[in-house]
Design a protein around this ligand. Sequence first.
Ligand SMILES: Cc1ncc(COP(=O)(O)O)c(C=O)c1O
Length: 397
Amino acid sequence: MKMNRHYDELKASYLFVEINHKIAAFQETHPDQEIIRLGIGDVTQPLAKCVVEAMHAAVDEMGTKAGFHGYGPEQGYGFLKDAIQGYYAGRGTKIESDEIFISDGAKSDLANVLGLFDTDNTVLVPDPVYPTYVDDNVTDGRKIVYAKTSQENGFLAMPDESVKADIIYICSPNNPTGAAYTREQLAQWVAYAKANNAIILYDAAYECFVSDEHLARSIFEVEGARECAIEICSFSKIAGFTGTRCGYTVVPRELERDGMSLNKLWLRRQTTKFNGVPYIVQRGAAAVFTESGMKEIQANLDYYRQNAKVLADMLDECGVWYCGGKNSPYIWLRCPGEMKSWEFFDWLLENCGVVGTPGVGFGECGEGYFRLTAFGDAEKTKVAAARIKAAIQALNK
Ligand SMILES: Cc1ncc(COP(=O)(O)O)c(C=O)c1O
């Protein structure tokens, strides 16, 4: 028996283990101090009422002979694909129903889509970024090159002609930096992908946070992207589905490599290796795109946006450099006092009782930076902002 030895090459993920370890140690020595967690990447607002009602109705339907649903179409029910098509059309982006594939979330598809490509391809991953992209390719044994980012380029990697890659990850708005691409910037990536016969895997998990009209919500807003990109989307952040699980992937009909249609390949892959997302969940997801659904989820998104504003305003007042926060639930700040990421983590916990995420945990280029998130409770976020402001002002004295 031969095992996949590439699993040995995975770096152990100490980030959240270490954070929890430090919080536990702090709690022991400061039992009365209330800790505010601004490190979580999970949503906290409940599901929208219309989503809950749609799922209740679907459960009732399933309990009747006439309304029972067994195996559904592996690529998703037409009613949900039509709703997604309408969501794109509402923003002026045309995609076809058979280009949409419903999934149980972006994380699965980000990994599964790699199965379409030979392991002998080079992958380009921005640094810092959502760590899963790296691990998905390490376990397949693919060569990874990093696109380094920094404060100078606003933590947005741009194509470098001297680097040759076959698969390019773009995450916009980015986790952890919150930085998002304009259409013009994405057009440069599309040109690079076409020139190099590469494929862009565009992770749009946070597109719903984009409100600036110069920024792209979908890579398919860019001309030529249909010939070189796959878009991976999620209901996790737009509608609080992190525990409910639903997402979708868009594979354009025009996308071809090596004489093969990626849309046809993906359909074959899904119908072979996947048995679909539960009917009840898909009914809940479709409710997101109704008129009342859109209003309800906007209220939830506004709640997080307001938290982001509270944190961003506080950093502005303190003169701390940051990006994100405006079109993203993530605020990526430069650690005050030239502190390193973990140093600032300890300082923040000790002086403010606030927990965030050290930037270096997302890649080497994250050293000296720190991620705060807007997914917390509004009142607690305000308290945290006031504590951080007072502590930074004392530090600067
Ligand atoms: C950039 C990015 N992509 C994908 C995901 C996973 O999304 P899902 O819940 O749909 O699997 C996350 C989750 O935090 C994320 O940050």
